[in-house]
Ligand binder design. Structure first.
Ligand SMILES: [Zn+2]
Length: 123
């Protein structure tokens, strides 16, 4: 892999990281104790009475339940992006974690945070 491509991919990864963190911040707060862990904000139910308050609370809980998988997904992507950036730093980037062979440049261009080659991923 050329230095130029590596630099390009690094920039791409950094941009992705910023985007994912941005999205996460909208509905999750960073867990201060566990690095890289985010918790979805649980809706604040104001404790109102009556059917309207109950409905509002139900809506908020529903939203929370819909957001959880998305939050989890973003967290996983962020972890992969972080891993990839770490590998670049350690000059181990672009190798399949399973078979240790090089991941094709075409694949990395589309999917710079790839941890496995196309063959291993497909299995
Ligand atoms: Zn592989």
């Amino acid at each position: 892999m050329t230095e130029k491509l590596l630099k390009e991919l690094k920039e791409k990864l950094k941009k992705q990281k910023a985007e994912i963190e941005n999205q996460l911040q909208r509905f999750a707060k960073r867990d201060q104790k566990v690095k890289g862990d985010w918790d979805a904000k649980y809706p604040a139910v104001d404790g109102g009475v009556g059917s309207q308050a109950l409905e509002d609370a139900a809506d908020q809980v529903e939203e929370y339940v819909t957001l959880l998988p998305l939050e989890y997904n973003l967290e996983l992507r962020l972890r992969d992006v972080d891993l990839a950036l770490d590998k670049i730093k350690k000059k181990k980037y672009g190798k399949c974690e399973k078979c240790k062979k090089k991941i094709s440049e075409e694949r990395l261009k589309v999917y710079p945070e790839a941890r496995f080659c196309g063959k291993c991923e497909g299995k």
